[in-house]
Design a protein around this ligand. Structure first.
Ligand SMILES: [Zn+2]
Length: 341
């Protein structure tokens, strides 16, 4: 009982420390946006553009970071990274200020609630922000806007899917160590590129760790199961000290009957194997069936481990020492995931 309590607390901690996106819906329907919403200071920030499009506001932006919103009645002037706001020429303060994310202006939705025809609800247990719209015309506009952003994604079926990206080892568990390189560090670097590329394509990504911290195998799988993630992708690198000629990429998958979004661990492994070895330029060692690996056995969704390259092989190790290769490998893993959807 005590153990369950501790792991539950740990999951909560992980969610707050690593959650990068928030599930925002309109009348409980999922909505596609030009940029994923974020949480800052417990406030949800949405792309200004989508608010303007749905609620038919005029918005302006100048190079000094001054953002204006006009709904026909009220004129609001916000400033990027500033808590000063001017509403109808009266200066006020807000607790969370607008920020830029990938060149998109993100604004706090709760503050704008007073000036748009909507109510904002927060459901703590499911972590959903629901925008309640009662006006049929506005709701229709929201659906059209959502559809237009869906079409803009190259991988529309991947939009809003939840993927847990697991950087193997960490903290006191360094993994393999060769040529002055710790496996834990290169795993994390690659995993961050996976996250970046997936998020650019509208996937909701959760990392099991974002820093060099010791993380149990159980907390990694518990996080994925708690989120009811669509996929679990673990990033590792290989070592074979007694046979240093062995090199290349392997993707490990369990024998499993789990199917989600038409994807199995085996189909995901095959796709990743092909895309990663081609795009990262590693030797294709093929997929490998492994049934004794904790993170593959305890996850309730298709799960694989990508072993990017062999640290014990001289030419692979040179690649792993190069950040450009790590980025290539990370983005290739993401592309394999996106193509699977
Ligand atoms: Zn490893």
């Amino acid at each position: 009982m005590k153990k369950i309590y501790i792991s539950f607390l740990f999951v909560i901690f992980l969610l707050f420390s690593t959650a990068s996106a928030v599930d925002v819906r309109v009348n409980f329907s999922k909505i596609n946006m030009p940029e994923e919403p974020i949480i800052v200071n417990n406030r949800t920030l949405l792309p200004l553009r989508i608010i303007a499009e749905i609620f038919d506001c005029n918005v302006g932006w100048d190079p000094n970071g001054i953002v204006t919103v006009d709904n026909g009645e009220d004129n609001i002037v916000l400033t990027l990274n500033s808590n000063k706001v001017i509403v109808n020429e009266v200066e006020e303060e807000i607790d969370t200020f607008p920020v830029l994310k990938n060149s998109t202006t993100m604004v706090p939705i709760k503050f704008l609630e007073d000036y748009i025809d909507a109510k904002i609800e927060w459901y703590q247990d499911t972590e959903i922000v629901n925008i309640v719209i009662e006006d049929d015309a506005i709701m229709e506009r929201a659906q059209n806007v959502s559809r237009s952003y869906d079409r803009r994604s190259k991988y529309p079926k991947a939009v809003n899917k939840i993927v847990v990206v697991d950087a193997g080892h960490g903290g006191t568990e360094v993994g393999a160590t060769y040529g002055g390189i710790y496996e834990k560090n290169i795993n994390l670097k690659i995993a961050k590129y996976v996250k970046d590329e997936l998020e650019k394509n509208g996937v909701r990504v959760y990392m099991t760790r974002t820093e060099d911290v010791t993380t149990t195998l159980a907390s990694r799988t518990t996080l994925a199961n708690y989120l009811n993630a669509d996929l679990f992708v673990s990033v590792h690198n290989n070592a074979m000290p007694n046979k240093t000629s062995i090199k290349g990429t392997e993707v490990l998958y369990p024998t499993s009957s789990i199917v989600k979004n038409g994807i199995t661990a085996y189909s995901l492994a095959q796709k990743l194997q092909q895309v990663v070895s081609t795009e990262a330029g590693t030797y294709n060692k093929g997929v490998i069936n492994r049934n004794n690996l904790y993170v593959l056995n305890k996850t309730n969704m298709p799960a694989v481990i990508v072993e990017v390259a062999y640290m014990t092989n001289w030419s692979d190790l040179q690649k792993l020492k190069n950040d450009t290769f790590l980025e290539k490998a990370g983005r290739a893993i993401a592309r394999g995931v996106l193509e699977s959807f």
